[in-house]
Ligand binder design. Sequence first.
Ligand code: DAT
Ligand code: MG
Length: 136
Amino acid sequence: MSERTLVLVKPDGVERGLVGEVISRIERKGLKLAALELRSADRATAEQHYAEHEGKGFYEGLLDFITGGPLVALVIEGPRAIAAFRQLAGGTDPVEKATPGTIRGDFGLEVQFNLVHGSDSVESAEREIKIWFPTL
Ligand code: DAT
Ligand code: MG
């Protein structure tokens, strides 16, 4: 059964010119693009997106970072798309958790600047797609 998931190439990924690299890996995996937009996140959008992390020590820095420059929001789809993109992304910490061969493992150094976001469950995907692409 096909799933959809929300992916962000975060401002660090856009700044470093890794948008094409990320999209290439998504396409080579066999996942399809359903929506794609270069945009900025305002504070309200960022707060909604990262609501689960409110109150954590890194929350304010995370909001500043994600609103700090243009990002690319995508909806991608395919069989087990949610888990498939999380596999492509690698673990949250690019050095401690992400292995080489993943986006974060290959290109990331610091947890705050880990280049991409991918929804972590069917419920998160539905919620996040509504935030970024309300008409989809
Ligand atoms: P993921 O993006 O792998 O789903 P998460 O949902 O736990 O990870 O956290 C969201 C983002 O917040 C993560 O991509 C980077 C940042 N973050 C998480 N843990 C952090 C920490 N300990 N210090 C700084 N930033 C952190
Ligand atoms: Mg998460």
